[in-house]
Design a binder for this molecule. Structure first.
Ligand SMILES: CC(C)(COP(=O)(O)OP(=O)(O)OC[C@H]1O[C@@H](n2cnc3c(N)ncnc32)[C@H](O)[C@@H]1OP(=O)(O)O)[C@@H](O)C(=O)NCCC(=O)NCCS
Length: 271
């Protein structure tokens, strides 16, 4: 089992990863000596990140129900199929004390053409695998999180694997939960005006802004009836980003995964 774990330590090293199968992330966490000295400071929740398996389903469903309503949530069967079909593109972050699922990410291979052609999230999720297998792009089927650190840890875990496997870009469909209120205040205006509006260089919509900060900065399409989401008036914005240096895929394939993991704080910001 490959576990990416964050907690308060800076003892991380590539050797440590190999010896223990556990990766301690120096980029996100604090210093153990400080934490040990200040026993009264509450220790941050320890988060373990790993690829998902069928035993995680019930746990994942609790997370799913916490962040999606019943028209949006995946069923157990759908989730099980994602894990079976794309086992290295199904990742979860768990509280190592309680085992509770804190965040999950599901992706699938795709192509820019397929993403552009798709009218809805269902189209993106269900298109033919054969076309995608020749491509180097991923589509993010679902990101669910109840803990911002857990979501960060998932991406930090995922980028080295993505590079190692030759993936060079990633797309996803984001809700735009500020749209309904914006339309109320700006009747008759085009949705695109809202989508492309910037404040201090960042998207006005909070969820687009969230993804922008994670590197998903390219707007590919604005789709109506994309996904049931009342606050977004069922609109979705298809966004994407390139994994930097992804074009050096032959090099990354030769580098050991722990090296890539150690380099991730410099490399793995989407462009
Ligand atoms: C979107 C999501 C994955 C973000 O989870 P997270 O990494 O734990 O981040 P948080 O929920 O702590 O939000 C981080 C920031 O983004 C903003 N944000 C992200 N999504 C938002 C949304 N839908 N509405 C309002 N704000 C949102 C938050 O307000 C917060 O901003 P702040 O730091 O200025 O307070 C999580 O909110 C979620 O699972 N939402 C429901 C499902 C969903 O929309 N998934 C993504 C589909 S593409």
């Amino acid at each position: 089992m490959h576990i990416f774990s964050i907690f308060n330590t800076r003892r991380a090293s590539a050797d440590g990863i190999l010896k223990n199968g556990i990766y301690f992330d120096p980029a996100i966490v604090g210093k153990p000596s400080v934490m040990a000295a200040k026993a009264s400071v509450p220790t941050r929740q320890r988060i373990e990140v790993r690829f998902l398996n069928q035993h995680d389903l019930q746990n994942l469903m609790e997370l799913e129900r916490a962040v999606w309503d019943e028209t949006q949530a995946a069923s157990v069967t759908e989730m099980s199929v994602r894990i079976t079909r794309y086992p290295t593109l199904a990742i979860g972050a768990f509280c190592s004390e309680t085992g509770r699922a804190l965040a999950s990410l599901f992706a699938r291979p795709t192509s820019l053409e397929a993403v552009k052609r798709a009218r809805s999230w269902q189209d993106c999720v269900n298109h033919d695998d054969s076309e995608a297998s020749r491509q180097k792009a991923l589509f993010g089927i679902s990101l669910s999180s109840i803990d911002g650190d857990a979501a960060k840890a998932i991406f930090a875990f995922f980028w080295p694997h993505a590079l190692k496997n030759g993936w060079q870009e990633m797309y996803l469909g984001s809700p735009i939960p500020g749209l309904r209120d914006w339309i109320r205040d700006n009747p008759g205006q085009a949705v695109e005006n809202y989508v492309f509006e910037r404040r201090k260089g960042l998207p006005r919509d909070r969820q687009l802004c969230y993804y922008h900060k994670k590197g998903f900065q390219r707007i590919v399409a604005v789709r109506r009836e994309y996904f049931p989401h009342a606050a977004s008036m069922n609109y979705g914005v298809v966004i994407g980003g390139r994994i930097p240096l992804g074009s050096l895929a032959p090099l990354w394939k030769r580098l050991p995964l722990p090296w890539l993991q150690a380099m991730k704080q410099w490399l793995f910001v989407l462009q």
